[in-house]
Design a protein. Sequence first.
Length: 204
Amino acid sequence: MTDKPKIVIVGGGFGGLAAIKELKGVDADITVIDRRNHHLFQPLLYQVATTSLGPSEIAWPIRQLVHRRREITTLLSSVTGIDTAAKLIRLENGTEVSYDYVILATGAQHAYFGHDDWEPYAPGLKTLEDATAMRRKLLVAFERAELEAVGVVPFTQKRTALKNRNGSSIPMSGAGLLGGTGMSASTPTGAAAGNQWFPQNMEP
């Protein structure tokens, strides 16, 4: 342990990486704490969800991004509390990390405007887990629609498959960055990937 000031950055997202960049050359020991070991480029999550990209193409290990910075220590853990009087950060495993300065860059999560009961039916898109779960649901829906198209799925199950011949039944809520780009990406998924992978299910 050195006598240098101790700076702790909680979060390895855009805010955390921006802080790391700005602190280059500062004579201090820096600790980065994140509950995941990778930095995620969130604006492209919709492309993972719609099969255009793979998860590894938008996520990079935090250690790899900072490996040239000898003053940085990376910890994989969740922060459970901060004692501002004692200047201690408490981690989920019961240990504590002391600091002189702390930067909180924990990001945000989706909200349902007081209707948390919507979450099981309208999942958010903030993590790789969200994107891969949505990707699976889309592909399974196309698979079921393909079974219907070749006459394997009984007529009684018709409504459970995507009706791509009459327009996709993929509702989206929100027209921000992810919502807008996600809507635009649903056409390539249905047309480009769909025509290639599900020829029975798509219009030519």
